[in-house]
Ligand binder design. Structure first.
Ligand SMILES: Cc1ncc(COP(=O)(O)O)c(C=O)c1O
Length: 434
């Protein structure tokens, strides 16, 4: 690592330290060093934007000044050819504004709160990795429930050297806030917490009661002097199927709860808008009392990480989504797809009532949202069951953390009964007879 701190990083760090804010102290060492290179090629290109002859940036233009494209590529994409040019590392200004506006529409209590403009990432995985870059040093602990998306291990442990420290996710069928709070209050000042609702793998979202308890716990930790960075993985945001379950992201509350709490929201259209391969996501920051300059500094640091990793996210993806979000049919189509997933969720609940015999083979974990639900098999190792389902029943499920994860997002309604009957039959054929 270079020894001297770049002047642009120094300026951002000064901004983050202003007003006795704890934001600077929350950064990792890498996070303190990163900056957006606004004075290099990018800055010089921006200054030359309106020149008669612009020989700055590494893109190519036709003799008439239009983007130089291969016609065979251009004809396949119903977007202006400018969609083939780079977007800024921060993301297309239009989509950042639209996503921010949509965040408020989806989370109405954000309307009166201050938070950053979202910075575009190469979808959520990259956004999570940007958060890891900014906030995690080797040896740091990451607090999270024991049922989590396994890619966190690669992102936070293998890439940044942090250690995942889990607590049991459920206690008596509800989110285990007490266990979470114990970890937040344990020795050490800096605390990094990851919450993912709707959750992968369980399909559980904090109920309104859970959400209140979680926020109160985080607030208590902050009041006790802990500096808490809450990373909110909202990949499946919006897919909530039960009343009494939080419809808003915890970001609404946590972004305005205490100056010692920095809420970092990772979200995007991947799962919400069913565009898994488009690869666009967002990272957004919120902290009580943070100034506009501090939000700009956090955005610049995030954009600096983007610049240094992928340079900028998919331009075609961003242009495509911006067009969709302005399409009058978007909301209705989205509602229709939500209804389809909810139908499957309702069907599963009905099936469990119709088939009390399933209770001899597996126990359903709490679920109320998202793409997934999990069952705990009785008397059979999940991996043995998974393999048996594959070979004997031509049925594919995931074995994860001692549970069988069922992605009902991928299974038509009329196949759900067979799916669960297969799991039941497979457990019965494998379990030792009593
Ligand atoms: C909880 C969770 N977060 C993030 C992601 C990654 O999303 P993306 O495809 O946008 O990188 C996934 C994908 O499976 C996920 O389950």
């Amino acid at each position: 690592m270079a020894t001297s701190l770049h002047p642009l990083a120094q300026t951002l760090n000064q901004d983050l330290k202003a007003n006795k804010s704890p934001l600077f102290t929350m950064l990792s060492k890498r996070g303190t060093r990163i900056f957006f290179p606004s004075k290099g090629i990018l800055g010089q290109s921006a200054e030359a934007k309106d020149t008669a002859i612009n020989a700055t940036i590494g893109t190519a233009f036709e003799e008439d000044g239009s983007p130089l494209c291969l016609e065979c590529v251009e004809k396949m994409v119903k977007l202006p050819s400018t969609a083939f040019l780079y977007t800024p590392s921060y993301g297309l200004p239009g989509i950042r504004e639209v996503w921010r506006k949509m965040l408020i529409e989806k989370n109405p209590s954000l309307a009166t709160k201050s938070f950053s403009l979202p910075v575009v990432t190469h979808a959520l995985t990259h956004g999570l990795s940007v958060a890891g870059y900014l906030f995690l040093d080797a040896g740091d602990s990451v607090i999270l429930p024991d049922l989590y998306w396994d890619n966190y291990e690669l992102m936070f442990e293998e890439s940044y050297g942090a250690k995942l420290k889990t607590f049991p996710m459920f206690k008596k069928g509800a989110f285990n806030t007490d266990a979470m709070e114990r970890m937040l209050l344990a020795p050490g000042t800096k605390k990094v917490l990851i919450l993912n609702f709707p959750n992968n793998p369980t399909g559980y979202t904090a109920t309104e009661q859970d959400a209140k308890a979680i926020c109160a716990s985080v607030q208590r930790a902050a009041k006790a002097g802990k500096k808490v960075i809450v990373i909110l993985d909202d990949a499946y945001f919006g897919l909530v199927y039960e009343p009494g379950v939080s419809k808003e992201s915890l970001f609404s509350e946590l972004s305005d709860i205490h100056p010692n709490v920095l809420a970092v929201k990772l979200d995007g259209p991947t799962k919400e808008d069913y565009v898994w391969g488009v690869r666009v996501g967002f990272i957004t920051f919120g902290a009580k009392g943070a100034t506009p300059a501090q939000y700009k500094a956090l955005e610049a640091k995030a954009a600096g990480v983007v610049r240094g990793s992928i340079s900028n996210a998919s331009s075609i993806g961003q242009h495509l989504l911006l067009k969709c979000y302005n399409d009058p049919a978007y909301a209705k189509q989205k509602q229709k797809k939500f209804a389809l997933l909810k139908r499957r969720y309702d069907r599963i609940k009905a099936l469990f009532n119709e088939h009390p015999e399933y209770a001899r083979s597996f126990v359903a974990m709490p679920y109320n949202s998202g793409y997934f639900m999990c069952v705990k098999p009785i008397g059979v190792e999940p991996e043995v069951l998974r393999k048996h389902l594959l070979t004997e029943y031509k049925t594919g499920v995931i074995n994860l953390s001692g549970l069988i994860r069922v992605a009902f997002s991928a299974v038509p309604c009329d196949k759900l009964e067979t799916l669960f009957s297969n799991i039941h039959a497979a457990v019965q054929s494998l379990a030792p007879k009593k």
